[in-house]
Design a protein around this ligand. Structure first.
Ligand SMILES: *Cc1c(COP(=O)(O)O)cnc(C)c1O
Length: 395
């Protein structure tokens, strides 16, 4: 059936890979780096069309193909290419599309490694980059040059969950005949489908909500057949190949993505509103709170706010540190989108690598907490946050 809804795609969206008349309900893992030809003519055929999923695993693997099929359908793109990490997907897509002398546009706030790719690596190879405030569409348009290849966005983005207007960016780019790339890791395909709004390439750290169980590192590029074709050689050359086991875990994780996301959206919104009402809290940042500066855009392009909630604790670094240390149910760990709730004191996380001035520029306040909300019982979460806030000395 061509018109299945996302809940059904998540469970049944992959084609069968039948072998010897056996067709397992849970897909098999093809844990093989290479695939045998039956005779010399067949080998010649495999080698001339090496994209065949049974040639060599860096070129593709039946388990990759099954997971990619589900993800492409969930995102509403023609195809998806899987990589060994989110950064594998982002660097492959970006490096495939630019050459020396080109120009591209990115946002002021990106995932740290993505910011490095634009700020340092691209410039090193002679690609010019303009960094623009992501909420300013007029500034985005003003930054476009004759040699601009694409606009790269990420929404919602750290640290204050700023939302970029995907439809606005896509319309602008189409007018100027340039491409658009969007990192959809924070929202995910259940909450936001950038392709429906005209975005050309959707990038994922599948390590996060798509995998959903904090047990794999994986990435994905969701796009048209034509653009995937353009990225194919770069993908083979950079070699960020996902292991078949992790592709299988991704496939398994995605089966419950709609269910998990429903609970995560509800928990995160409830907790964000609960925190906003607490006397120890200075500010809460969550796209689905009416107090969020881009609430109207978020409502328009997202079905739910996703797992990440950020907030500032009254009283500065010390009470914030005490609060996070006092959490018993929520773990102190980076990453997001898993079944378990995580919370980190952002300033403590970057203290080793950024100076105070750099932290200020990046918008990392000393009293900032970033949390990924899981699927636990909301009352248990609230009880944990209440006892940690009460013991923090925040006021
Ligand atoms: C985690 C993350 C990445 C990088 O993904 P990895 O799987 O760790 O390589 C990129 N973008 C966003 C928004 C992320 O949260």
């Amino acid at each position: 059936m061509a018109d299945w809804k996302q809940d059904t795609i998540a469970v049944h969206g992959h084609s069968s890979v039948r072998a010897e008349g056996i067709d397992p309900v849970a897909p098999a893992i093809y844990y093989s780096s290479t695939f045998r030809a039956s005779d010399a003519p067949q080998f010649a055929e495999m080698a001339t069309s090496p994209r065949h999923i049974g040639f060599y695993t860096r070129y593709g693997n039946p388990t990759h193909a099954q997971a990619a099929e589900v993800l492409a359908k969930l995102e509403g793109t023609e195809v998806a290419m899987l990589t060994a990490s989110g950064m594998g997907a982002i660097s492959t897509a970006v490096l495939a599309l630019v050459k020396a002398g080109d120009h591209c546009i990115a946002q002021t706030r990106h995932y740290m490694a993505t910011a490095k790719l634009f700020d340092e690596m691209l410039r090193k190879f002679g690609v010019d980059v303009t960094i623009v405030e992501q909420t300013d569409l007029a500034a985005m348009e003003a930054a476009i040059r004759p040699n601009t290849r694409f606009i790269y966005v990420e929404t919602p983005a750290n640290p204050t969950l700023v939302v970029t207007d995907l439809g606005g960016i896509a319309a602008l780019a189409k007018q100027h005949n340039i491409l658009t790339l969007a990192d959809n890791t924070f929202a995910g395909p259940i909450n936001s489908r950038p392709a429906d709004l005209g975005i050309d390439v959707i990038l994922h750290s599948a390590t996060k909500s798509l995998g959903g169980h904090s047990d794999i590192t994986a990435g994905a590029i969701c796009t048209s057949k034509k653009l995937a074709e353009e990225m194919w050689d770069t993908s083979l050359t950079l070699g960020a190949t996902l292991s078949p086991m992790d592709a299988w875990l991704l496939l398994r994780g995605m089966r419950t993505l709609p269910l998990r996301m429903e609970k995560i959206n509800a928990n995160a919104l409830a907790l964000a509103a609960w925190l906003e009402a607490r006397p120890e809290i200075e500010a809460v940042y969550y796209p689905m709170l009416p107090s969020h500066p881009q609430y109207d855009i978020a409502k328009k392009q997202m079905k739910g706010g996703g797992p990440v909630v950020a907030y500032a604790i009254k009283g500065g670094y010390e009470p914030t540190s005490k609060f996070v240390s006092g959490l018993k149910l929520a773990s102190q760990a980076v990453s997001l989108g898993g079944v378990e709730t995580l919370a980190v004191h952002t300033a403590a996380m970057w203290a080793g690598s950024l100076t105070e001035a750099q932290m200020r520029t990046a918008g990392i306040a000393p009293n900032f907490v970033r949390m990924s909300v899981g699927i636990e019982d909301i009352e248990d979460l609230e009880r944990d946050f209440a006892q940690a806030l009460e013991g923090s000395g925040a006021a």
